[in-house]
Design a protein around this ligand. Structure first.
Ligand code: ZN
Length: 241
């Protein structure tokens, strides 16, 4: 079993298509999606259609909830709020209903899936520091928890009372240790690398790989500008920040 774990697609169809093609070439036979399918980019309906077509096990992100009106955009920055309003107007009724019905957490293959944090899935907190991870590790009993939200790929590993953080591309998942893994963002990476990020998880082999894939950034940018979305949302894709 080889699972492709995607998060934070953010309506970027070019990035999603590149990741699906790459993961398929790597033998991915299952798909998990950690939310924020929409928001920021110009193809909300097309990316939701694609995630649905893949049959991905999917949890909701804050941008999905904002697009369906389940949370207000008052906590969002100006660009995010503008994009959320635009997205809600450009999603089909069927896709809006599908997003609104997504759960906040899922459990599969002994792993927990959540967009933001396991301790408070609907609070949309970030888990960036060792101190955050210390608290979050106590919030789940599974061996692995997969998250997105920060758009920053990496993994916290807990052995006994020790917690380490690693950005290694390949991680051997050891028995008796706990892992909190951020798979990064497909459609709007923010770690300085503009390539789309996702992860390949092989539970049977105890193996996790962070993967980066180049995609057609220029086309995604042109669509954002043509849609009248904030130009910053296009320019940041080239910088990956
Ligand atoms: Zn996001």
């Amino acid at each position: 079993m080889r699972i492709a774990i995607l998060s934070d697609v953010h309506s970027n169809l070019e990035a999603l298509n590149a990741v699906v093609e790459h993961a398929t070439s790597q033998g991915a036979d299952q798909w998990w999606c950690l939310g924020d399918i929409v928001g920021y980019g110009a193809d909300p309906d097309a990316v939701v259609d694609q995630v649905r077509k893949l049959g991905a096990v999917t949890v909701a992100g804050n941008h999905d909830w904002a697009a369906c009106g389940l949370i207000s955009t008052r906590q969002f920055n100006r660009h995010a709020a503008q994009a959320a309003d635009w997205t809600s107007k450009h999603l089909s009724a069927d896709n809006t209903a599908w997003l609104a019905a997504l759960p906040l957490v899922e459990r599969r293959e002994g792993a927990l899936l959540v967009h933001a944090t396991p301790s408070a899935p609907s609070e949309w907190h970030y888990c960036m520091m060792i101190e955050d991870a210390l608290e979050e590790m106590d919030a789940f009993t599974e061996a692995q928890c997969f998250i997105g939200h920060s758009h920053y790929p990496g993994a916290f590993e807990k052995e006994g009372e020790d917690i380490r953080y690693t950005r290694a591309a390949e991680i051997r998942l050891r028995q008796g240790r706990k892992y909190l893994v951020n798979v990064g963002s497909v459609g709007q990476p923010r770690d300085g690398d503009p390539r789309a990020a996702y992860a390949l998880f092989e539970p049977g082999q105890g193996l996790l790989r962070h993967v980066r894939v180049t995609y057609d950034v220029e086309t995604a940018q042109k669509k954002i500008l043509a849609a009248g979305l904030p130009p910053f949302l296009a320019s940041r894709l080239a910088a990956g920040d």
